[in-house]
Design a protein around this ligand. Structure first.
Ligand SMILES: C[S@@+](CC[C@H](N)C(=O)[O-])C[C@H]1O[C@@H](n2cnc3c(N)ncnc32)[C@H](O)[C@@H]1O
Length: 251
């Protein structure tokens, strides 16, 4: 289906100028610039439509390939977390992960941002808080104290926080964990590094994570825990094997 480009404001705008503005500005700023030019309010939706029509969407790879790429799409109805503290995994979540990823006693797993999780025999944990008694007490925003290509699976549950003082705002900081701001992608490169080639990264967040460099998306699982709880997303990526890394470096 081809997308048509109709509408009074769309027709008033100089499309090439809009595309040009977008190369250095956000949709919001481009909308403001376009509005100033025609003396009317222009929404960023209008700018987005123009950009899409000319195949010049910003973050095209991240947003459009997400819709078209072939990967598992699942929905899990988990129970509310049963732990006494807030922020624990949904009830039954790790059991479902084990089943989906076919985790066995041999699977070498790193629990990142592990909180209260105590890994099984073949599993390690990493958390900034010593009180959680992890295998590695470390800040995931920095280089991990772990060798490259060590794990079959890294499962991460980074903190994010909802703050309602000035409206609903998710700021990735921590009222709950009393730790500093975590940018959602600040730890991903290191998590990929410590995976064995062909190993899996699982990230539980309210964001659908962008596919990291050196890995391919293989699943998106929507996770609900019942009414009045936030939906979360488990993004699953597979680190490229040696041959895939070679091919990617040729592209
Ligand atoms: C959402 S909780 C994880 C809870 C865990 N899934 C559970 O069920 O208990 C986030 C964890 O990230 C840890 N954390 C916060 N900032 C961190 C950082 N910079 N590096 C490593 N861990 C961090 C916190 O100490 C907390 O234990």
């Amino acid at each position: 289906m081809s997308l048509t480009l109709k509408g009074r404001k769309v027709e008033l705008l100089d499309h090439m100028q809009v595309i040009n503005d977008l190369s250095n500005n956000s949709y919001d700023d481009a909308a403001k610039m376009a509005g100033d030019r025609i003396g009317e309010t222009v929404s960023k939706g209008t700018i987005h439509r123009i950009a899409r029509h000319y195949n010049k969407l910003k973050q095209k790879d991240a947003s459009l390939t997400h819709m078209t790429e072939k990967s598992l799409r699942l929905g899990w109805a988990c129970g509310r977390p049963m732990a006494k503290y807030k922020g624990a995994y949904p009830n039954g979540f790790l059991r479902r992960v084990d089943a989906l990823m076919e985790v066995t006693d041999e699977t070498k797993v790193l629990h990142l941002f592990s909180g209260s999780i105590q890994g099984r025999e073949n599993e390690d944990t990493m958390d900034i808080s010593e009180a959680n008694n992890p295998t590695f007490v470390a800040d995931a925003r920095q280089q991990f104290p772990i060798e490259t290509d060590s794990y079959d699976m890294v499962i991460a549950d980074p903190p994010y926080d909802m703050q309602t003082t000035d409206g609903v705002k998710i700021d990735y900081s921590d009222k709950l964990w009393k730790t500093e701001y975590i940018k959602p992608y600040s730890w991903v490169k290191e998590a990929i590094r410590v995976l064995k080639p062909g190993g899996y990264l699982l990230a539980l967040h309210h964001l659908v994570y962008i596919q990291p460099k050196g890995a391919t998306r293989c699943g998106v699982v929507s996770i609900t825990c019942g009414p009045n709880t936030r939906i979360r997303c488990l993004s699953i990526f597979r680190k490229h094997t040696a041959i895939e890394q070679k091919i990617a470096s040729m592209e």
